[in-house]
Design a protein around this ligand. Structure first.
Ligand code: AR6
Ligand code: MG
Length: 321
């Protein structure tokens, strides 16, 4: 790799990438922890002084699992990643803080009883698999590791999603989110054009539900829609197709600031921790660690460990060049 250049993008050198990798993973944690106390609420007009104790939920715990597995194996291994999720899962902590959806712990029990890592999730929800946002909320490390390899990004996202989410809309939500992280890594602030960003995502996705939502997001951007309209058009639910486009919109409409992006995301109500986590992952990948308010990073649970995982992920990326 040439010094000072990555993919011909001026300024995207190793130092910039390090800040972006850290920014995306810490951004997931910060957005998740900001949204945690508000989960399930109705939207508020502005969240000016958010409660922030730095404790994160299943989103960040599973994102850590994705990154741990990728760096420990040196790439993707489904059995290993499933076992890593299971190693990190603690039922008592789940009830008190992490608050997993019902799907993943069910999958863990099935695998524990001998089901294959890529078969267990297919038994959920009457055999159609989960279309929850749980595969998308944890996907930042895959978007980072494969940011300049769209086909590998799609393939590894699909496989890693399948561990818990077998429904095509659950999987494609993760693909769209991973690609949003990748595009954010490749863009140097303040050069990103939010409209073109949405168009590139629309061109990449293979599911009409997401293409339509991304076109809707572009219209909302043009008309500077209010929150009520954003929630009614894009959603704030636990379904991937009612939250991934929303998180992407939160970033596109507030691309100039990490803080504005995540505060806007958690102000929409509903699944605030996950919409915050996904918007934070994209904005953090764009702006980098230094643009995340330091008080939030300082308070975030396991922030040093998350940053060290991001560094190891970048080392893996550089080794693969
Ligand atoms: N049919 C009907 N409902 C479904 C289906 C389906 N095929 N798939 C999902 N749901 P789950 P997650 C509904 O359990 O995606 C946590 O707080 C169903 O109501 O796979 O890992 C996370 O932080 C199901 O319970 O969980 C996220 O915010 C729900 O979607 C959120 O929960 C979630 O699917 C989702 O996490
Ligand atoms: Mg959560």
């Amino acid at each position: 790799m040439q010094r000072g250049f990555f993919l011909g993008v001026p300024g995207l050198d190793v130092a910039a990438l390090r800040l972006k990798f850290r920014g995306s993973m810490l951004g997931t944690g910060v957005g998740d922890a900001l949204g945690r106390p508000l989960e399930g609420g109705v939207f508020r007009l502005v969240v000016e002084q958010p409660e922030f104790d730095g404790r994160y939920t299943d989103d960040t715990e599973m994102m850590i699992g994705v990154a741990e597995s990728l760096v420990e194996v040196g790439g993707f291994d489904g059995e290993h990643m499933a076992r890593t999720f299971m190693r990190n899962y603690d039922p008592d902590l789940d009830r008190a803080v992490r608050r997993y959806g019902p799907g993943p712990p069910t999958v863990f029990r099935l695998i524990e009883r001998g089901e294959r890592w890529d078969a267990a999730s297919r038994r959920l929800f009457g055999g159609e698999g989960s279309f929850g946002n749980g595969a998308a909320m944890r996907i930042a490390p895959v978007g980072l590791l494969y940011f300049d390899e769209p086909e590998a990004l799609r393939k590894i996202t699909e496989q890693s999603s399948l561990i818990t989410h077998a429904h095509p809309l659950g999987v494609e939500g993760a693909v769209v989110q991973a690609y949003a992280v990748a595009l954010a890594v490749k863009s140097k602030p303040p050069s990103l054009n939010p409209r073109e960003f949405l168009e590139e995502l629309e061109a990449f996705t293979r599911e009409e539900v997401y293409r339509e939502a991304l076109r809707e997001a572009a219209l909302l951007l043009d008309e500077r829609a209010d929150r009520r309209k954003v929630v009614s058009a894009l959603g704030n639910g636990v379904e991937a197709f009612r939250s991934v486009p929303t998180a992407i919109y939160c970033f596109a409409a507030n691309a100039e600031s990490f803080e504005k992006t995540v505060l806007y995301a958690i102000s929409l109500g509903g699944d605030t921790d996950t919409i915050g986590a996904m918007a934070g992952a994209i904005s953090g990948a764009y702006h980098g660690e230094e643009k995340i308010p330091s008080e939030w990073v300082r308070k975030l649970e396991n922030a040093d460990y998350i940053a060290s995982l991001a560094d190891r992920l970048l080392e893996l990326k550089l080794k693969q060049q």
